[in-house]
Write a new protein. Structure first.
Length: 144
C-alpha cells in the first residue's frame, strides 16, 4: 500500500507531466478537461484553528464550491471569460475557461461542521476549528 507521501509524489509527477505537455503544445491545444489547475495552497496549524489559504485569482466568489466530507475539503472553481471586439470590417470573439480543483485531507481533530470561509483579493481563506481530543483514536491491530 502506498504511503501518503508516495501518493503525493506520484500525483506531483503526473501534474508536472501535464504542465510540461501544456507548455510544449500551448494551453489552447489541450482539451478543456485538461485545463483544470490545482491551485496553490498554504496550510497553517495554529493553537485553536487550522487555516487553509487557496490562491484563485480572477475567480468570482459565486463560482467557488467547497465541500467538506470525511475530513477532506474539496475545492472547485471555474473562471470563464469572453471578449468581443466589433469594428468596421473586423470581428473578434474569444472565450477562455480555467478550472481549479483541489482536495485537502485534514486531521481527525478538525471540526468539519464549523468551517468558516472568506474570499478576498483572489485568496480563499478557510478557518477550521480544532477539537481538544481526537474524534477517532488510533488503534494498533495485531495480526493473528
Amino acid at each position: 500500500m502506498e504511503s501518503l507521501f508516495e501518493e503525493i509524489v506520484r500525483m506531483q509527477k503526473e501534474l508536472n507531466k501535464l504542465f510540461e505537455e501544456a507548455f510544449r503544445k500551448g494551453f489552447r491545444a489541450l482539451p478543456v478537461k485538461e485545463r483544470i489547475f490545482q491551485p496553490l495552497v498554504d496550510i497553517k496549524e495554529k493553537d485553536k484553528n487550522i487555516v487553509v489559504e487557496v490562491d484563485m485569482p480572477g475567480v468570482e466568489k459565486e463560482d467557488i464550491k467547497i465541500t467538506a466530507l470525511d475530513h477532506n475539503l474539496e475545492i472547485k472553481a471555474e473562471r470563464k471569460r469572453e471578449a468581443k471586439v466589433e469594428r468596421k470590417g473586423y470581428y473578434r470573439e474569444e472565450r477562455s475557461y480555467t478550472g481549479y480543483y483541489r482536495t485537502i485531507p485534514l486531521p481527525d481533530y478538525a471540526q468539519m461542521d464549523k468551517i468558516k470561509a472568506e474570499y478576498k483579493n483572489g485568496v480563499l481563506r478557510l478557518t477550521i476549528p480544532k477539537t481538544k481530543k481526537l474524534t477517532v483514536k488510533p488503534k494498533t491491530i495485531r495480526i493473528q
